[in-house]
Ligand binder design. Structure first.
Ligand code: GLY
Length: 387
Protein backbone atom coordinates (compact mmCIF):
# COMPACT_ATOMS: atom_id res chain seq x y z
CA UNK A 1 0.00 0.00 0.00
CA UNK A 2 1.30 3.47 -0.87
CA UNK A 3 2.62 5.56 2.06
CA UNK A 4 -0.09 8.19 1.55
CA UNK A 5 -2.88 5.55 1.61
CA UNK A 6 -1.50 4.09 4.82
CA UNK A 7 -1.40 7.50 6.46
CA UNK A 8 -4.97 8.17 5.45
CA UNK A 9 -6.10 4.78 6.72
CA UNK A 10 -4.53 5.32 10.11
CA UNK A 11 -6.04 8.81 10.29
CA UNK A 12 -9.49 7.30 9.61
CA UNK A 13 -8.90 4.71 12.37
CA UNK A 14 -7.85 7.44 14.79
CA UNK A 15 -10.91 9.56 13.94
CA UNK A 16 -13.16 6.54 14.50
CA UNK A 17 -11.62 5.95 17.93
CA UNK A 18 -12.28 9.54 18.96
CA UNK A 19 -15.82 9.31 17.60
CA UNK A 20 -16.55 6.12 19.58
CA UNK A 21 -15.18 7.68 22.73
CA UNK A 22 -17.40 10.73 22.33
CA UNK A 23 -20.48 8.74 21.32
CA UNK A 24 -20.29 6.56 24.45
CA UNK A 25 -20.62 9.71 26.52
CA UNK A 26 -23.29 11.26 24.31
CA UNK A 27 -25.35 8.05 24.30
CA UNK A 28 -25.27 7.72 28.11
CA UNK A 29 -26.26 11.36 28.54
CA UNK A 30 -29.10 11.41 25.99
CA UNK A 31 -30.67 7.94 26.15
CA UNK A 32 -34.46 8.32 25.84
CA UNK A 33 -34.24 11.56 23.85
CA UNK A 34 -34.60 12.01 20.10
CA UNK A 35 -32.29 14.96 19.35
CA UNK A 36 -32.23 17.26 16.34
CA UNK A 37 -29.81 20.00 17.35
CA UNK A 38 -28.04 21.47 20.38
CA UNK A 39 -28.85 24.51 22.53
CA UNK A 40 -26.50 27.36 23.48
CA UNK A 41 -24.86 25.10 26.11
CA UNK A 42 -24.15 22.38 23.56
CA UNK A 43 -26.84 20.09 25.03
CA UNK A 44 -29.07 18.09 22.72
CA UNK A 45 -32.76 19.02 22.47
CA UNK A 46 -35.48 16.35 22.47
CA UNK A 47 -38.07 16.01 19.70
CA UNK A 48 -39.76 13.20 21.69
CA UNK A 49 -40.50 15.50 24.65
CA UNK A 50 -44.24 15.08 25.32
CA UNK A 51 -44.40 18.09 27.65
CA UNK A 52 -43.93 20.48 24.69
CA UNK A 53 -46.82 21.46 22.36
CA UNK A 54 -45.15 20.89 19.01
CA UNK A 55 -46.50 21.98 15.63
CA UNK A 56 -47.90 18.97 13.71
CA UNK A 57 -44.78 18.37 11.58
CA UNK A 58 -42.37 18.81 14.47
CA UNK A 59 -42.04 16.97 17.77
CA UNK A 60 -42.30 13.24 17.25
CA UNK A 61 -43.13 13.72 13.53
CA UNK A 62 -39.98 15.73 12.82
CA UNK A 63 -38.37 14.34 9.67
CA UNK A 64 -34.91 13.77 11.19
CA UNK A 65 -36.17 11.59 14.04
CA UNK A 66 -34.75 8.38 12.56
CA UNK A 67 -31.16 9.57 12.62
CA UNK A 68 -30.49 9.35 16.35
CA UNK A 69 -31.61 5.70 16.35
CA UNK A 70 -29.65 5.14 13.13
CA UNK A 71 -26.53 6.68 14.64
CA UNK A 72 -26.91 4.38 17.64
CA UNK A 73 -27.21 1.34 15.33
CA UNK A 74 -24.07 2.42 13.44
CA UNK A 75 -22.19 2.70 16.73
CA UNK A 76 -23.52 -0.74 17.71
CA UNK A 77 -22.23 -2.14 14.41
CA UNK A 78 -18.81 -0.60 15.06
CA UNK A 79 -18.48 -1.50 18.76
CA UNK A 80 -20.97 -4.30 19.51
CA UNK A 81 -21.81 -2.44 22.75
CA UNK A 82 -25.35 -3.02 24.02
CA UNK A 83 -25.89 0.56 25.30
CA UNK A 84 -26.00 1.76 21.71
CA UNK A 85 -28.47 -0.93 20.69
CA UNK A 86 -30.72 -0.11 23.65
CA UNK A 87 -30.76 3.59 22.80
CA UNK A 88 -31.70 2.72 19.19
CA UNK A 89 -34.50 0.41 20.31
CA UNK A 90 -35.96 3.04 22.66
CA UNK A 91 -36.15 5.65 19.88
CA UNK A 92 -37.76 3.17 17.46
CA UNK A 93 -40.59 2.51 19.94
CA UNK A 94 -41.04 6.25 20.59
CA UNK A 95 -41.73 6.71 16.87
CA UNK A 96 -44.89 4.57 17.17
CA UNK A 97 -46.63 7.76 18.25
CA UNK A 98 -46.32 9.01 14.64
CA UNK A 99 -48.58 6.19 13.44
CA UNK A 100 -51.13 7.09 16.13
CA UNK A 101 -51.09 10.77 15.13
CA UNK A 102 -51.13 10.09 11.35
CA UNK A 103 -51.86 13.66 10.16
CA UNK A 104 -48.35 14.89 10.84
CA UNK A 105 -46.73 12.11 8.85
CA UNK A 106 -45.11 12.99 5.51
CA UNK A 107 -42.92 11.50 2.77
CA UNK A 108 -39.86 11.47 5.04
CA UNK A 109 -40.95 8.19 6.61
CA UNK A 110 -38.02 6.74 4.62
CA UNK A 111 -35.57 8.91 6.56
CA UNK A 112 -37.40 8.03 9.79
CA UNK A 113 -37.89 4.27 9.46
CA UNK A 114 -34.96 3.03 7.34
CA UNK A 115 -32.28 3.88 9.96
CA UNK A 116 -34.53 2.64 12.83
CA UNK A 117 -37.10 -0.12 12.26
CA UNK A 118 -35.68 -1.44 8.98
CA UNK A 119 -32.07 -1.35 10.20
CA UNK A 120 -33.25 -3.13 13.39
CA UNK A 121 -35.05 -5.81 11.37
CA UNK A 122 -32.05 -6.30 9.10
CA UNK A 123 -29.68 -6.65 12.08
CA UNK A 124 -31.84 -8.58 14.57
CA UNK A 125 -34.73 -10.04 12.56
CA UNK A 126 -37.17 -8.37 14.99
CA UNK A 127 -40.71 -8.96 13.64
CA UNK A 128 -42.16 -5.87 15.37
CA UNK A 129 -39.61 -3.75 13.51
CA UNK A 130 -40.54 -5.36 10.21
CA UNK A 131 -44.20 -4.48 10.82
CA UNK A 132 -43.24 -0.88 11.61
CA UNK A 133 -41.27 -0.71 8.36
CA UNK A 134 -44.17 -2.15 6.34
CA UNK A 135 -46.60 0.26 7.95
CA UNK A 136 -44.36 3.20 7.06
CA UNK A 137 -43.87 1.92 3.50
CA UNK A 138 -47.65 1.71 3.06
CA UNK A 139 -48.00 5.31 4.23
CA UNK A 140 -45.36 6.41 1.73
CA UNK A 141 -47.00 4.45 -1.10
CA UNK A 142 -50.30 6.13 -0.17
CA UNK A 143 -48.79 9.53 -1.00
CA UNK A 144 -48.29 8.59 -4.67
CA UNK A 145 -50.26 10.62 -7.20
CA UNK A 146 -50.78 8.52 -10.37
CA UNK A 147 -51.87 11.58 -12.39
CA UNK A 148 -48.33 12.98 -12.35
CA UNK A 149 -46.39 9.90 -11.18
CA UNK A 150 -44.93 11.63 -8.14
CA UNK A 151 -44.94 11.17 -4.37
CA UNK A 152 -46.42 14.14 -2.54
CA UNK A 153 -43.83 15.56 -0.14
CA UNK A 154 -45.37 17.75 2.53
CA UNK A 155 -48.66 18.46 4.31
CA UNK A 156 -50.74 21.62 4.74
CA UNK A 157 -48.71 22.81 7.69
CA UNK A 158 -45.77 23.70 5.38
CA UNK A 159 -47.76 26.59 3.91
CA UNK A 160 -49.16 27.15 0.42
CA UNK A 161 -50.83 24.29 -1.45
CA UNK A 162 -48.59 21.26 -1.10
CA UNK A 163 -50.92 18.74 -2.79
CA UNK A 164 -48.95 18.76 -6.05
CA UNK A 165 -45.53 19.34 -4.56
CA UNK A 166 -42.61 16.90 -4.93
CA UNK A 167 -39.06 17.47 -3.69
CA UNK A 168 -35.66 16.02 -4.56
CA UNK A 169 -35.05 14.71 -1.00
CA UNK A 170 -37.67 12.00 -1.64
CA UNK A 171 -35.13 10.07 -3.75
CA UNK A 172 -33.67 8.82 -0.44
CA UNK A 173 -37.11 7.83 0.90
CA UNK A 174 -37.62 5.45 -2.03
CA UNK A 175 -35.40 2.84 -0.36
CA UNK A 176 -38.30 2.11 2.03
CA UNK A 177 -40.47 1.12 -0.96
CA UNK A 178 -37.75 -1.08 -2.49
CA UNK A 179 -37.29 -2.76 0.90
CA UNK A 180 -41.05 -3.40 1.22
CA UNK A 181 -41.13 -5.06 -2.21
CA UNK A 182 -38.16 -7.25 -1.31
CA UNK A 183 -39.71 -8.22 2.05
CA UNK A 184 -43.17 -9.04 0.73
CA UNK A 185 -42.29 -10.18 -2.80
CA UNK A 186 -44.88 -7.62 -3.91
CA UNK A 187 -43.78 -5.34 -6.78
CA UNK A 188 -46.39 -2.61 -6.07
CA UNK A 189 -44.01 -0.65 -3.87
CA UNK A 190 -41.15 -0.83 -6.39
CA UNK A 191 -43.46 0.29 -9.23
CA UNK A 192 -44.29 3.43 -7.24
CA UNK A 193 -40.62 4.08 -6.43
CA UNK A 194 -39.62 3.73 -10.07
CA UNK A 195 -42.47 5.87 -11.36
CA UNK A 196 -41.36 8.63 -8.98
CA UNK A 197 -37.68 8.20 -9.93
CA UNK A 198 -38.59 8.61 -13.62
CA UNK A 199 -40.51 11.79 -12.88
CA UNK A 200 -37.44 13.10 -11.04
CA UNK A 201 -35.15 12.25 -13.97
CA UNK A 202 -37.48 14.14 -16.30
CA UNK A 203 -38.32 17.24 -14.27
CA UNK A 204 -35.63 17.70 -11.60
CA UNK A 205 -32.32 16.63 -13.15
CA UNK A 206 -30.89 19.29 -15.47
CA UNK A 207 -28.69 18.74 -18.51
CA UNK A 208 -25.52 19.71 -16.60
CA UNK A 209 -26.20 17.24 -13.76
CA UNK A 210 -27.48 19.82 -11.28
CA UNK A 211 -30.97 19.40 -9.80
CA UNK A 212 -33.71 21.68 -8.54
CA UNK A 213 -35.19 21.25 -5.08
CA UNK A 214 -38.95 21.54 -5.62
CA UNK A 215 -41.30 20.82 -8.51
CA UNK A 216 -45.01 21.69 -8.40
CA UNK A 217 -47.44 19.62 -10.48
CA UNK A 218 -51.15 20.05 -11.02
CA UNK A 219 -52.48 17.36 -8.66
CA UNK A 220 -55.60 16.81 -10.87
CA UNK A 221 -53.96 16.49 -14.29
CA UNK A 222 -50.36 15.78 -13.27
CA UNK A 223 -49.12 18.60 -15.55
CA UNK A 224 -45.80 20.24 -14.64
CA UNK A 225 -46.34 23.76 -13.27
CA UNK A 226 -42.96 25.13 -12.10
CA UNK A 227 -39.75 24.45 -10.20
CA UNK A 228 -38.53 26.31 -7.14
CA UNK A 229 -35.23 26.99 -5.38
CA UNK A 230 -36.62 25.71 -2.06
CA UNK A 231 -33.92 25.48 0.61
CA UNK A 232 -31.28 26.67 -1.86
CA UNK A 233 -30.41 30.20 -3.02
CA UNK A 234 -33.25 30.56 -5.51
CA UNK A 235 -34.85 29.48 -8.78
CA UNK A 236 -32.27 27.85 -11.06
CA UNK A 237 -29.76 27.46 -8.23
CA UNK A 238 -28.18 24.28 -6.94
CA UNK A 239 -28.85 23.50 -3.23
CA UNK A 240 -25.87 21.35 -2.27
CA UNK A 241 -27.77 19.01 0.04
CA UNK A 242 -30.36 18.49 -2.69
CA UNK A 243 -27.60 17.47 -5.11
CA UNK A 244 -26.40 14.99 -2.47
CA UNK A 245 -29.90 13.53 -1.94
CA UNK A 246 -30.25 13.10 -5.72
CA UNK A 247 -26.85 11.45 -6.26
CA UNK A 248 -27.18 9.14 -3.27
CA UNK A 249 -30.87 8.42 -4.00
CA UNK A 250 -30.29 7.40 -7.62
CA UNK A 251 -27.38 5.22 -6.48
CA UNK A 252 -29.74 3.47 -4.04
CA UNK A 253 -32.36 3.06 -6.80
CA UNK A 254 -29.68 1.43 -8.94
CA UNK A 255 -28.64 -0.90 -6.12
CA UNK A 256 -32.23 -2.11 -5.64
CA UNK A 257 -33.21 -2.43 -9.32
CA UNK A 258 -29.97 -2.90 -11.30
CA UNK A 259 -31.28 -0.34 -13.83
CA UNK A 260 -28.43 1.40 -15.61
CA UNK A 261 -30.37 4.62 -16.19
CA UNK A 262 -30.35 5.21 -12.41
CA UNK A 263 -26.61 4.58 -12.21
CA UNK A 264 -26.06 6.93 -15.17
CA UNK A 265 -28.14 9.63 -13.46
CA UNK A 266 -26.29 9.19 -10.16
CA UNK A 267 -22.97 9.54 -12.02
CA UNK A 268 -24.16 12.58 -13.94
CA UNK A 269 -25.10 14.32 -10.66
CA UNK A 270 -21.88 13.09 -8.98
CA UNK A 271 -19.76 14.51 -11.82
CA UNK A 272 -21.49 17.86 -11.48
CA UNK A 273 -21.06 17.90 -7.66
CA UNK A 274 -17.36 17.04 -7.86
CA UNK A 275 -16.81 19.80 -10.42
CA UNK A 276 -18.38 22.26 -7.93
CA UNK A 277 -16.38 21.27 -4.84
CA UNK A 278 -14.06 24.07 -3.75
CA UNK A 279 -10.35 23.39 -3.16
CA UNK A 280 -10.92 24.00 0.58
CA UNK A 281 -13.26 20.99 0.77
CA UNK A 282 -15.81 23.16 2.63
CA UNK A 283 -19.24 22.77 1.02
CA UNK A 284 -21.49 25.84 0.55
CA UNK A 285 -25.26 25.68 1.15
CA UNK A 286 -25.79 26.24 -2.57
CA UNK A 287 -23.23 25.62 -5.32
CA UNK A 288 -24.54 28.75 -7.05
CA UNK A 289 -24.78 31.09 -4.07
CA UNK A 290 -23.06 34.50 -4.12
CA UNK A 291 -19.53 34.68 -2.65
CA UNK A 292 -20.86 36.48 0.40
CA UNK A 293 -22.30 35.52 2.82
CA UNK A 294 -20.34 32.26 2.58
CA UNK A 295 -22.87 30.00 4.30
CA UNK A 296 -21.64 26.43 4.67
CA UNK A 297 -23.44 23.13 5.05
CA UNK A 298 -21.30 20.40 6.60
CA UNK A 299 -24.32 18.17 6.38
CA UNK A 300 -24.27 18.33 2.58
CA UNK A 301 -20.56 17.46 2.73
CA UNK A 302 -21.05 14.26 4.73
CA UNK A 303 -24.10 13.09 2.76
CA UNK A 304 -22.14 13.67 -0.46
CA UNK A 305 -19.24 11.70 1.00
CA UNK A 306 -21.32 8.70 2.02
CA UNK A 307 -23.21 8.75 -1.29
CA UNK A 308 -19.99 8.97 -3.32
CA UNK A 309 -18.51 6.04 -1.38
CA UNK A 310 -21.63 3.99 -2.15
CA UNK A 311 -21.47 5.03 -5.80
CA UNK A 312 -17.78 4.13 -5.98
CA UNK A 313 -18.79 0.53 -5.25
CA UNK A 314 -21.05 0.47 -8.36
CA UNK A 315 -19.06 2.47 -10.92
CA UNK A 316 -16.27 1.41 -13.28
CA UNK A 317 -12.68 1.32 -11.92
CA UNK A 318 -11.54 4.75 -13.17
CA UNK A 319 -14.55 6.69 -11.87
CA UNK A 320 -14.72 4.62 -8.72
CA UNK A 321 -11.35 6.04 -7.63
CA UNK A 322 -12.48 9.60 -8.41
CA UNK A 323 -15.60 9.21 -6.24
CA UNK A 324 -13.67 7.61 -3.40
CA UNK A 325 -10.97 10.23 -3.29
CA UNK A 326 -13.52 13.10 -3.42
CA UNK A 327 -15.38 11.46 -0.51
CA UNK A 328 -12.18 10.96 1.45
CA UNK A 329 -11.25 14.60 1.05
CA UNK A 330 -14.70 15.73 2.25
CA UNK A 331 -14.54 13.52 5.36
CA UNK A 332 -10.97 14.46 6.24
CA UNK A 333 -11.83 18.15 5.87
CA UNK A 334 -14.83 17.80 8.19
CA UNK A 335 -12.74 15.76 10.66
CA UNK A 336 -9.87 18.25 10.73
CA UNK A 337 -11.81 21.52 10.51
CA UNK A 338 -15.46 21.10 11.48
CA UNK A 339 -15.61 18.22 13.98
CA UNK A 340 -15.89 18.66 17.74
CA UNK A 341 -14.68 15.60 19.64
CA UNK A 342 -14.69 17.42 22.97
CA UNK A 343 -17.18 17.48 25.84
CA UNK A 344 -18.58 21.00 25.30
CA UNK A 345 -21.13 20.01 22.66
CA UNK A 346 -23.19 16.82 22.25
CA UNK A 347 -22.85 16.93 18.46
CA UNK A 348 -19.69 16.19 16.49
CA UNK A 349 -20.22 17.84 13.08
CA UNK A 350 -20.50 21.63 13.22
CA UNK A 351 -21.54 24.31 10.70
CA UNK A 352 -24.65 22.82 9.16
CA UNK A 353 -27.37 24.97 7.59
CA UNK A 354 -30.96 23.88 7.07
CA UNK A 355 -31.67 26.39 4.28
CA UNK A 356 -29.88 29.27 2.58
CA UNK A 357 -32.42 31.96 3.51
CA UNK A 358 -33.00 30.84 7.11
CA UNK A 359 -32.03 33.27 9.86
CA UNK A 360 -29.91 30.61 11.56
CA UNK A 361 -26.79 29.05 10.00
CA UNK A 362 -23.80 27.00 11.14
CA UNK A 363 -25.28 24.82 13.85
CA UNK A 364 -25.19 21.05 14.48
CA UNK A 365 -27.86 18.74 13.03
CA UNK A 366 -28.27 15.11 14.06
CA UNK A 367 -28.23 13.76 10.51
CA UNK A 368 -24.81 15.28 9.91
CA UNK A 369 -23.45 13.08 12.71
CA UNK A 370 -25.36 10.12 11.26
CA UNK A 371 -23.99 10.51 7.69
CA UNK A 372 -20.51 11.40 8.96
CA UNK A 373 -20.43 8.10 10.87
CA UNK A 374 -21.91 6.23 7.90
CA UNK A 375 -19.17 7.64 5.64
CA UNK A 376 -16.41 6.82 8.13
CA UNK A 377 -17.64 3.24 8.39
CA UNK A 378 -17.80 2.98 4.60
CA UNK A 379 -14.24 4.34 4.38
CA UNK A 380 -13.25 1.48 6.68
CA UNK A 381 -14.92 -0.94 4.25
CA UNK A 382 -18.13 -1.72 6.21
CA UNK A 383 -21.23 -3.02 4.38
CA UNK A 384 -24.11 -1.23 6.10
CA UNK A 385 -27.68 -2.58 6.38
CA UNK A 386 -29.39 0.71 5.58
CA UNK A 387 -30.92 2.37 2.46
N1 GLY B 1 -35.00 16.67 3.78
C1 GLY B 1 -34.94 18.01 4.22
C2 GLY B 1 -33.58 18.57 4.24
O1 GLY B 1 -32.64 18.00 3.71
O2 GLY B 1 -33.45 19.64 4.79
Amino acid sequence: MAEEDMQRRSETEAIMERLCEKMRRVCRKNKGKIPYTTDENGDYDDRADTSVEWPMDDGINWWTNGFWGGLMWLMYIETGEKEFREAAEISEKQLDRCFEMFYGIHHDVGFMYMPTAVMDHRITGNEESRKRGMHAASLLAGRFNPAGNFIRAWNENYGGDPTGRAIIDCMMNLSLLYWATEERQDPRFRHIAEAHAHTVMKYFVREDGSVCHIVDFDPETGAYISDEGGQGFGKGSSWSRGQAWAMYGFTVSYLHTGKKEYLDTAEKVAGYCISCLPESGIVPVDFRQPESPAWEDSCAAVILASGLLTLSGCAGQDRSETYRSAAEKLILTISRERADFGTGCDAVVQNCSAAYHDARHHFPMIYADYFYTEALLRLKGAELPVW
